[in-house]
Design a protein around this ligand. Structure first.
Ligand code: SF4
Length: 357
């Protein structure tokens, strides 16, 4: 059964639409010094190649903000400026052609400053993400709840939203990140019961490559499975180029993005072919597969033929050989050494058929 997505407003970020039932947008963030234009542009290009549709840049100071115009001129992807406290950096980035700013209006001081940012953003069609984070909640809200609970995160978001709405600014995306997965899930659920602003999902400070992906899969994945979420970022303490593919793996696991999914068994005492090696090769070869495809790589005849038949194409292993299935039918028996090549040749054939239709 498909996932029923919750209805949210649509917010434009450059050429990309977030929310309103549009495909879930994968984003990431550079970790080069933003002021170093060459390095930042090179990394943005890597992120684009890894599948990101929106890229965020840290904007710690004037020097970084001055680089935005030069960066903007060299890449097409929508760019987001990540700003804390200094509203002048926001104004400068809007002028330099940024597509979205991440700023919490409650942290920039006087009402006049909030108004200036709202007016500038509206005049250039720039969206604002309110990024509530468990590590930087307002003191009064933290005192009221005693801890960065889900309710506290939602109240903080409501406060920041109110500040922008009083200037009729509603091109808002919201995130409610917590390093605690259960809190993050609860906060997004609570928020989506009350508001229809599109949601940027993420587990903050999720950890290294392995644990970060596990926490993100649980947090982001649980929400997506319940139809919540319009754009996602998998935060990893690792090379940012790993974040996009990880985000797509989460989306694919839920049937929310195209590409290939590989169904493979864990192997057991019945396995008589090198299934682990074969499954890894197949998964690697289909990482960037443009065609939506389910491929089964199964060890034996117990669950093998069933899964292989359910898939678009598949293998059920035997003793030193395997049965090749395609669209529910047995094609032929193939010796173990030829299984990978023959499977790939069949997939190539499917690709030709699908893309010539
Ligand atoms: Fe074992 Fe066969 Fe199941 Fe694979 S499909 S785990 S080989 S019983």
């Amino acid at each position: 059964m498909g996932i029923q997505r919750r209805q949210t407003r649509t917010v434009r970020v450059g050429e990309v639409s977030i929310g309103g039932g549009n495909p879930i947008v994968v984003q990431s963030m550079t970790n080069t010094p933003t002021a170093d234009v060459d390095k930042t542009v090179a990394q943005i290009r890597q992120l684009v190649n890894s599948g990101c549709k929106v890229v965020r840049l840290a904007m710690p100071d004037e020097e970084a903000a001055r680089a935005v115009e030069k960066i903007r001129a060299q890449v097409d992807i929508p760019l987001v400026a990540d700003i804390h406290f200094d509203y002048r950096l926001a104004l400068r980035c809007v002028e330099a052609g940024i597509d979205k700013i991440r700023i919490n209006p409650g942290n920039i001081g006087a009402k006049e400053r909030v108004r200036a940012v709202a007016v500038a953003c509206r005049s250039r069609g720039v969206a604002i993400r309110i990024g509530v984070n468990s590590g930087s909640l307002e003191r009064e809200i933290l005192a009221k709840y005693g801890a960065p609970t889900a309710q506290a995160l939602v109240e903080s978001a409501q406060y920041h939203i109110g500040l922008l709405e009083q200037f009729d600014f509603t091109d808002i995306v919201v995130s409610l990140k917590s390093s605690d997965v259960a809190t993050m899930i609860e906060a997004y659920e609570l928020f989506s019961e009350r508001f229809d602003y599109p949601l940027h999902l993420g587990v903050t400070e999720a950890g290294g490559e392995r644990m970060g992906l596990i926490k993100s899969s649980i947090g982001i994945g649980s929400l997506l499975a319940h139809g919540i979420g319009d754009t996602i970022r998998v935060s990893l303490t690792a090379d940012p180029v790993l974040e996009g593919p990880a985000a797509y793996d989460i989306l694919r696991a839920l049937g929310l993005a195209g590409g290939a999914t590989v169904v493979s068994c864990p192997t057991c005492g019945r396995t008589r072919i090198d299934l682990i090696g074969l499954a890894n090769r197949v998964e690697q070869a289909l990482r960037a597969e443009p065609m939506t495809l389910k491929v089964a790589v199964m060890g034996c005849a117990v669950n093998g033929p069933g899964e292989a038949r359910e898939a678009d194409i598949g293998i059920a292993g035997g003793v030193g050989e395997g049965l090749l299935f395609k669209r529910g039918k047995i094609l032929r028996k193939v010796p173990q050494e030829a299984l990978f090549d023959e499977l790939m040749a069949e997939i190539e054939q499917m690709r030709r058929e699908r893309f010539s239709e």
